[in-house]
Design a protein around this ligand. Structure first.
Ligand SMILES: Cc1cc2nc3c(=O)[nH]c(=O)nc-3n(C[C@H](O)[C@H](O)[C@H](O)COP(=O)(O)OP(=O)(O)OC[C@H]3O[C@@H](n4cnc5c(N)ncnc54)[C@H](O)[C@@H]3O)c2cc1C
Length: 430
């Protein structure tokens, strides 16, 4: 049986991007919206673990930065090393003159989402959960009907597609989603595993506030300290590594034994369980969750479409706006994806409320917003491809190659460590 509701703005998807959009609209004093989500609750899987300085500043504008900072680890640096020394580094503390947040906040995406949802609830807005959008139908009065699997129908004027990389909304309005320059990520770095694990010893010799990458001939292994969970006192680490094509296909559900094997082969020596290379062997004692994925980049051909597309009367138009992963995806290098989505959402809240307050809702502010966010997405895709290229080049050209030694020497220069931190922080694009 269908039930019909009405709202001015419908946000589809309650991931970090949809939640940020909702909070930003409220912060602008706009309340006539609904936020819907297909799942009933999220599991332990937690993809993003980094919140950069400019994103924290944006979150501060909607009063969410401090509660997140209270729960996370203030990451001071990011380093990529081989098994002997460091050759790519970022020093986030060098951002101190420019921001209140001179660090990269290390916090699981699930906790970030919990904090944003709790704030939304405190402001009186609940997410409509277990409601999956399956269709859009435009009406003569200029509104659009959003159709749900449950039979529910919601009429609205603005649909915000915050429904992730496989966006139903993007498909329903036929927007293409392709790699902007057609250059795929290095095949060796293409298939990846991520997992949150606990080690057999709590006194492991890795720094507790640094993201560490270890490379060795076309291989990369990442270790990131995460905050202790509320339920237990165990230290949790995010590990991530590429699986070269020659090592076969990725298992759908990587086991602890599988993770340990790659850790011993390509991870930091101090974390190895192999006594022949580590005099104090330790091992993964628990896998909280693990996932596999392939890295690729894509951007939506348009972030904004009107329905019907050819109508000139602004009072009879409906807008569909894509944000977050629905609009762009890229390799996880530098931990930037969720950051881009949160800033899409917060900026959209500001732009959409300015648009709605303007006479006839037609002041060009939405077009300007989407063109700025599209440029930001393209530059982030370029940055992540560059990072992947450097990591791939370091692995492939070791020892004999001038560029290998060139990159190693550059990493010793403090100015460059600060420059890498600045680029990742997003502060240049406030
Ligand atoms: C393995 C991995 C590691 C990552 N690590 C990092 C990192 O360290 N740092 C970082 O910044 N980013 C990282 N990212 C990227 C980050 O996870 C995403 O950019 C972020 O989740 C995007 O948020 P979103 O809200 O746009 O989309 P999502 O998080 O995908 O949320 C979309 C929501 O929409 C809902 N939905 C989907 N379809 C429908 C529908 N039809 N109807 C109703 N609801 C629907 C979904 O259930 C979901 O809740 C990583 C990504 C991956 C895959």
């Amino acid at each position: 049986m269908s039930t019909s509701e009405q709202t001015h703005v419908l946000i589809v998807g309650a991931g970090p991007t949809g939640l940020s959009t909702a909070l930003s609209l409220l912060n602008q004093g706009f309340h006539d919206f609904l936020i819907v989500e297909e799942t009933s609750s999220k599991g332990p899987a937690s993809r993003a673990i980094t919140i950069h300085a400019a994103t924290l500043e944006a979150l501060d504008s909607i009063h969410c930065a401090d509660p997140l900072v209270d729960l996370g680890i203030k990451g001071e640096g990011m380093e990529v090393s081989d098994r002997s020394s460091t050759f790519l580094a970022a020093t986030f503390s060098s951002l101190a003159p420019y921001t209140r947040f001179p660090f990269v906040l290390l916090l699981s995406q699930s906790t970030t989402e919990e904090v944003l949802e709790a704030r939304l609830l405190k402001l009186g807005v609940s997410i409509l959960k277990s409601e999956k959008v399956v269709g859009l139908k435009s009406k003569d009065d200029g509104s659009v009907q959003v159709l749900f699997e449950s039979g529910k129908v919601i009429s609205t004027r603005y649909v915000v597609g915050a429904d992730g990389a496989r966006s139903t909304i993007r498909h329903l309005v036929n927007i293409g989603f392709t790699d902007p320059d057609g250059m795929p990520v290095d095949e060796q770095l293409n298939q990846m595993i991520l997992a949150d694990v606990v080690f057999s010893s709590d006194s492991i010799v890795l720094p507790k506030n640094t993201v560490q990458g270890t490379t060795s001939a076309g291989r990369v292994f990442l270790t990131v300290p995460l905050p202790k969970s509320a339920e237990s006192d165990e230290s949790v680490y995010r590990i991530g590594f590429n699986v070269p094509i020659s090592s076969g296909p990725l298992p759908s559900s990587p086991s602890t034994v599988y993770l340990q094997q790659f850790l011993n082969d390509q991870g930091p020596v101090q974390l190895s369980s192999d006594p022949s290379i580590n005099p104090n062997p330790i091992y993964i004692s628990k896998t909280i969750w693990a996932t596999r994925f392939r890295t690729h980049a894509a951007i939506a051909d348009k972030f904004l479409v009107h329905i019907p597309p050819d109508i000139s009367d602004s009072t009879r138009r409906t807008a569909v706006i894509l944000v977050g992963d629905a609009a762009h995806i890229h390799a996880p290098a530098g931990g930037l994806g969720m950051n881009l989505g949160i800033r899409d959402g917060i900026d959209l809240g500001v732009a959409l409320s300015a648009h709605l307050k303007s006479p006839n809702e037609d002041n060009g502010v939405l077009e300007e917003y989407t063109s700025i966010r599209r440029r930001r997405a393209l530059s982030t895709i370029r940055l992540t491809k560059r990072i992947m290229y450097v990591i791939g080049a370091l692995g492939a050209t070791r020892f004999l190659n001038i560029s290998y030694w060139g990159i190693r020497l550059l990493a010793l220069i403090p100015f460059l460590r600060r420059l890498v931190a600045w680029n990742l922080s997003g502060l240049g694009n406030r």
